[in-house]
Design a protein around this ligand. Structure first.
Ligand SMILES: [Zn+2]
Length: 228
C-alpha cells in the first residue's frame, strides 16, 4: 500500500495550520504562506530522499507529495524559524498511529485564538438549542435551516451534550450549506415510518404543486427564533 498519511495539521474554520517543531521542545503552529510570500515544504527536501537515516525513515508512512508541497510560511505563528512538521521519533513510524500531536506553544495558541475569535452567540441561542433538543428527543431528528455559519460549531456541540444529558443517546450532526441536521439513531428508528410518509408527501407536492399537508415538526428555521 502506498504511504498515505497526510501532513499533521489542525483545521480551524476553513484553514489548516501545520504542527511544527523548532530547536526547542514545544509544538508550534505554522500557517499557509500568503500569495506574495516564500513558501516552504512541511519537511526539508533532504528528509524526503529515500535513505536509511532516522530523519528519512521517519516520513516513510506519509504521502510524499503532501510533504513536499511548498505551502507553508517560513516562520511559526509566534515568529520562530521552524525545522519540520511534527513527526514520530521512534522505529515504528510505519505503524498506523493513533498518536495525537497537539500544539503546546502558548504564543502560537494565543495568536490563533485571536485569528478566530469565538462568535458572539445570538441572544436566543440557548432557546434555539433547547428547541432542537426537544425536537430530537421527540422525533429522533431535527433540521435547523438558515443557521449562520459562525454558529454551526457551537450549536452542534450544545445540542449534542443536551441530547446526551436528556436521553442518554449519542447524536450525529451534519451540515448542508446553512442547514444543520441532528440525528439520534435510536430514537429516529422508532419514527422512521412517520418520516417516510412526510417525505413521500413532500415529493408529491413538488410534483403536483399541491401544498404539503403532513406536518413536519422536525423542520425548524433559525429566523423563527433568533433575534436579528
Ligand atoms: Zn510558537
Amino acid at each position: 500500500m502506498a504511504p498515505s498519511r497526510e501532513v499533521n495539521v489542525i483545521p480551524v474554520g476553513d484553514e489548516e495550520f501545520l504542527l511544527t517543531v523548532t530547536a526547542g521542545e514545544a509544538v508550534h503552529l505554522s500557517r499557509a504562506a500568503g500569495p506574495d510570500e516564500t513558501a516552504r515544504s512541511a519537511v526539508p527536501g533532504r528528509h524526503l530522499r529515500r535513505g536509511q537515516t532516522t530523519s528519512q525513515m521517519r516520513w516513510r508512512a506519509y504521502n510524499r507529495a503532501s510533504l513536499a508541497e511548498r505551502r507553508w510560511a517560513e516562520t511559526t505563528l509566534c515568529g520562530r524559524q521552524w525545522i519540520a512538521m511534527t513527526g514520530h521519533e521512534g522505529e515504528d513510524a510505519d505503524e498506523p498511529g493513533d498518536e495525537a500531536f497537539a500544539p503546546t506553544c502558548r504564543r502560537c495558541l494565543a495568536i490563533m485564538d485571536k485569528l478566530f475569535p469565538e462568535p458572539v452567540l445570538n441572544d436566543q441561542f440557548a432557546l434555539i438549542a433547547q428547541i432542537i433538543t426537544a425536537t430530537v428527543a421527540e422525533h429522533g431528528y431535527a433540521e435547523m435551516h438558515n443557521v449562520p455559519g459562525d454558529h454551526h460549531a457551537a450549536l452542534r456541540k450544545q445540542v449534542r451534550s443536551a441530547v446526551r444529558q436528556r436521553t442518554g443517546h449519542g447524536l450525529q450532526t451534519l451540515v448542508h450549506e446553512s442547514m444543520v441536521i441532528f440525528i439520534c439513531e435510536p430514537i429516529s428508528k422508532q419514527h422512521a415510518a412517520e418520516r417516510e410518509r412526510a417525505a413521500a408527501e413532500a415529493m408529491n407536492s413538488v410534483l403536483t404543486g399541491e401544498p404539503t399537508l403532513m406536518p413536519t415538526p422536525w423542520r425548524l428555521s433559525w429566523d423563527t427564533w433568533a433575534d436579528s
